[in-house]
Design a protein around this ligand. Structure first.
Ligand code: NDP
Ligand code: OXD
Length: 310
């Protein structure tokens, strides 16, 4: 019997999934109709990305799972009308994209590239950057994306410390956890990369107190979520020189309002939530595999822990 898949995601991405998802479903041996509109009680699975249309899941009485196209699920995980299992996106496209973004921006700071790109013309400014092996970098969050970035940086020779909620042992990284672990991770963080999810526990992880723990002039790369940073505290730290520069991809309000001080701050680089994009081809394979599993009675991949919020 053919399944009904409701695609509840912004219009912008529909053409890519309209092409990729039916192919992935067919390859997984699943007969399904992919639709943007259906009577709720007929829907078997919901493919979801944050949009304003679907906020009440109550009428989807037969839906077996909600499959998120996003890795971050803060906009759907707390939804009390959602009683079905919620799976988030974990795929190679996201991990590789994030790795490229993070390595690029860490390298910019490590090599002091701005010094020469924006340097005084005609000045022979001979300052040798340290080697990666002498540069401590901290990655907050050692999940799918944090780990991919931390290991790539360690592979380039950086001294990488990673912080997570639960204790971990990962070859090539110094792993710490808990509040004391955060202090340790920040104390050496000449460059800090934020790849934590947005949950009540991670809100303002970087605040006046924790920013002050970092080495003077440290740099921050935040492709995680805007809520991880207390914006006021960061602006104060940037103005005092405690933080040398911040590259921010995510914000409490997106798009970042045009009058927000980050846009014009000389020590902030704003990127418009482009660190890692879910790619339709690889994401469709993940969705199809989860539907196959669900139909076969096998455990779903990448289930969200709704209590932890990620
Ligand atoms: P994961 O769920 O795989 O990893 C999350 C990591 O954060 C885990 O290591 C987890 O610890 C840690 N963590 C969670 N809560 C805490 C806490 N209270 N204290 C310390 N550590 C904590 O997520 P991903 O790596 O897949 O993604 C991370 C985030 O990246 C997403 O939630 C999303 O917000 C963002 N993102 C941004 C994109 C962009 O384009 N800018 C694209 C995709 C994702 P533990 O391992 O112990 O569970
Ligand atoms: C995500 C994102 O969470 O793109 O997948 O931010």
């Amino acid at each position: 019997m053919s399944l009904t898949l409701l695609f509840s995601a912004p219009d912008r991405i529909w053409p890519d999934y309209e092409a990729a998802l039916p192919k992935a479903l067919a390859a997984a041996g699943i007969e399904a109709e992919l639709t943007r509109e259906a009577s709720p009680e007929t829907v078997d699975y919901i493919v979801y990305a944050p949009n304003d249309e679907l906020t009440d899941f109550t009428p989807f009485t037969h839906a077996k799972a909600v499959l998120s196209l996003w890795a971050g699920v803060e906009r759907i995980a707390p939804n009390k009308t959602l009683t079905q299992p919620l799976c988030r996106m974990v795929d190679d496209g996201l991990a590789l994209g994030m790795r490229d973004y993070v390595v690029g921006h860490v390298m910019r700071y490590h090599l002091g590239m701005d010094r020469h790109i924006h340097g005084l013309k005609g000045v022979w400014d001979h300052l040798t950057p340290p080697l990666a092996k002498d540069r401590p970098v901290t990655v907050l969050g050692l999940g799918e994306l944090g780990q991919a970035c931390a290991l790539a940086l360690a592979g380039l020779g950086f001294k990488v410390t990673g912080w997570s909620r639960r204790p971990k042992e990962i070859e090539g990284l110094t792993c710490v956890s808990g509040p004391e672990g955060l202090k340790k991770a920040l104390a050496t963080a000449e460059i800090a990369v934020l790849l934590l999810p947005n949950t009540p526990a991670t809100e303002n992880t970087l605040n006046a107190e924790t920013l002050a723990l970092m080495p003077k002039g440290a740099c921050i790369v935040n492709p995680g979520r805007g809520t991880l940073i207390d914006d006021e505290a960061l602006l104060v730290a940037l103005d005092s020189g405690q933080i040398g520069h911040a590259t921010l991809d995510v914000f409490r309000v997106e798009p970042l309002p045009t009058d927000h001080p980050y846009w014009s701050h000389p020590h902030v680089t704003v990127t418009p939530h482009i660190a890692a994009e879910t790619r339709a081809n690889t994401a469709s394979e993940v969705i199809a595999e989860n539907i196959r599993r669900s139909e076969a009675g096998e455990p779903l991949l990448h289930l969200v822990d709704r209590t932890a919020g990620y």
